[in-house]
Structures are given as C-alpha cells and as structure tokens.
Design a protein around this ligand. Sequence first.
Ligand SMILES: [Cu+2]
Length: 144
Amino acid sequence: MKKASAVLAVTALAALGLAACGGGSDDDSTTAASTPASTAPAGGGGGGGASTVDIATPSGSDLAFDQTDVSTKAGSVTVSFDNKQATPHDVVIEDSSGQELAKTDLISSQTVTTTADLQPGTYTFFCDVPGHREAGMEGTLTVK
Ligand SMILES: [Cu+2]
C-alpha cells in the first residue's frame, strides 16, 4: 500500500514536471505565432479589398435595425443581414441619388448576404417592406 502510494506520488511529480516544461515551450510558440497575426495596415493594396458589414434586427418585433450607422471600406462589400424576428425584413442599399445597388432576400428568423461594389461615399440602407422604412428601419452606410 505505502509503496504504491509513493510510486504514484513520484509519477505525479514527474508528470507535473513534464507539464511545466511543455507549458513553457507552448507559451513561447503561442507568443511567436500571435505576433504576426496582429492587424497589419490594410488598404493601399489597390481595389482588391473585400469587407463585410453586419446588420441585424433586435429580437422581438420592433421595426428597427440594431445599427443605424455603419461604415466600411470601398470595394466589394458584403452585407450580412441577420433578421432575428419572425417578421419578414430585408436590407436594400441605395446611393445618395436613390438608386438601388443591392438588396437581400426577404427573410425571417435567418441570415442572408448580398454583395455590392461600392465606391467611397455615403449610402442609405433600409427595409423596403411597406411602412418599415418609415417606422425607422433605416440607417447610413459610410464607405471610405
Ligand atoms: Cu422590415
């Protein structure tokens, strides 16, 4: 009995020692790996940029978007629309002259995306279900 316990104790200590060593080298590699992952200055790479804008509705039934002011960078812009409500909504992107540039499907309780090629400027996004934009389902999309 006593001997078995001693063996166990030694084994446990050895395991601890190994774990400590392993942990140390893991920490080193983690640090090294995370350094290049830090955000590099984007843009300036010339037009190839793609970005995503998230727009969602609050759960419940308010005729509103969670966001009223979103911004992104010029290029291929994907709008990801998460409608948490059972009420169907969509998202339309319109430029300052009122021209429709992109529109998501009309959905309820799901997420859809649509993509538009956007130049720098100020755009409007809204839900085009009758009455919803007027009720407040509208916001500004700024493209830089
Ligand atoms: Cu709507």
